[in-house]
Design a protein around this ligand. Structure first.
Ligand code: SF4
Length: 97
């Protein structure tokens, strides 16, 4: 579906990343995982994307971990992720449009 991103897409060339971002993916959700205190607000408000993991912190499902240890997911529509970001007490969820 055009409005959704392909989280499992293995083509990570710079060229494809730009095309994917411009055409298929309009925004990115980023979680600074180290800052998460595991309060569970994001998982309660947005269970489609957020879940408490074994380390007691939340994890953004389908995301990839970057070199800084943050989790990132490109998506076509923000859906409930804005609610999760707004509710996060340590503001470790960013919606980048
Ligand atoms: S709302 Fe923020 S602090 Fe709470 S579990 Fe989610 S990411 Fe962690």
């Amino acid at each position: 579906m055009l409005g959704e991103c392909y989280a499992n897409d293995t083509n990570n060339s710079r060229h494809w990343q730009v095309i994917r971002r411009l055409v298929l993916c309009f925004m990115k959700i980023v979680q600074e995982h180290a800052k998460c205190i595991g309060c569970g607000s994001c998982a309660a408000l947005c269970p489609k994307y957020w879940q408490i993991s074994d380390d007691g912190k939340s994890i953004l499902m389908g995301s990839k971990r970057d070199s800084k240890g943050n989790y990132e997911l490109e998506i076509g529509q923000v859906e409930c992720n804005q609610d999760a970001a707004d509710a996060c007490p340590v503001q470790c969820i960013k919606v980048i449009k």
